[in-house]
Design a protein around this ligand. Sequence first.
Ligand code: NDP
Length: 466
Amino acid sequence: MTQHMQTQMIAQDRIQTVLPLDEKLEPIFAEVVRRNAGETEFQQAVREVLESLGHVIAKHPDYADDALIERICEPERQIIFRVPWMDDSGAVQVNRGFRVQFNSALGPYKGGLRFHPSVNVGIIKFLGFEQIFKNALSGLPIGGGKGGADFDPKGKSEGEIMRFCQSFMTELHHHIGEHTDVPAGDIGVGGREIGYLFGQYKRLANRFEAGVLTGKGMTYGGSRVRTQATGYGTVYFVQRMLGTKHTDLEGKRVAVSGSGNVAIYAMEKAIALGATVVACSDSSGHVIDENGIDLDLVKEIKEVRRERISEYARLKGTGAHFLGSGSIWDVPCDVALPCATQNELSGREAATLIKNGVLAVAEGANMPCTREAVRAFQSAEILFAPGKAANAGGVATSALEMQQNASRDRWTFEQTNARLSEIIAGIHDRCRETAEEYGAPGNYILGANIAGFVRVAESMRAHGVV
Ligand code: NDP
């Protein structure tokens, strides 16, 4: 079974085992399922938000008027395009590119680009939908969007990556701009790819429009802390959640899935705050190092050599081992940070984490926990932070990059990091206060969904039927 089929099965399972919806929301969801048949991840993301919105509709029935919720569930624009490129052998390859411009009520569409073979329109719509509420929750003036391609960067040469990025941007440039739509990175799109995309945009537009992309290099308009922001932000959120239980990360055991951008900088900040990271992974398996993961070695393997995580155990030797089967979530830990991909932490794995005494779980990735896993954490009263709150540091720092580009300014690392930490604290507190206001104290999912929704809904109402 491919990873994508597995993900779809889990997503389908989640849709079938859901909580009942408010009677006004049930037909809205039925229509989303009918219109977006087979797009299981998108349906899953919509369902999760609608489950929270029952509380809002009960208190403010007018939010269900004028098809406001139906409009939020329908992207403003979806672009699907051909991306032809030539590989190193001279053969022509064809991929499919996507950009879903979901909601611009709060500002230009904002959200990353994902290059991964599993990408399809349903995945991009799920990510774009989540992005609307995440961006709203950040309190910054950015709308929601997402894009990408079913291109697999693994095993491609530098030249192939560059030609692919150039071809992708040749179409995408028609649809983006600093006041329209501002893409950034995501899985498979890091600093190198953003550089190639920016170069091609600049050439086609004949304009140095720094604010058209974020995640740029420091030499041409990037922001300090953007690389670290999602991972750091996730850990700042955890620290704040632990604070509500009068504890912190000092001396805690942390397990982090993935070893990409989000995972690496989540590990870096957790270690800086006194935790011991005992495990991390990639799609081939996970490594355990009871002495604490050596992050410099992980960075060397992943950011420089671009190799598999199994290399870690081979190079580290004593104390570290690699497991190509089993789950990283079987490793006992106090704090679990799923930072790899959607639906990677199942109900069974959540049960193991709970049995092993986990205190807090924060989604560094987008929707990494299945519905069963989320329910298990909530019923065991484990501190649980959904991705749209816990990983909002990345997009928030992208908005700070846009702010610096617009004012032709450049902030120091300390200044930018302080803003990031302040924004995350604000998101945390907004989630907590909203959850309390709606009678569900400590429910960060409800708090995040409702606080994000209300800001978008109010703006859409002000704009009339558009
Ligand atoms: P990267 O491509 O940098 O890293 C992804 C990591 O996850 C890789 O180590 C990859 O391993 C691993 N991975 C993928 N699938 C699996 C799997 N099934 N099991 C175990 N490991 C797996 O992506 P990012 O770090 O940027 O993104 C990770 C997540 O965070 C995504 O959900 C993304 O949407 C989300 N996110 C990212 C933001 C950002 O700023 N980058 C912002 C907000 C959210 P391998 O190399 O083997 O594929």
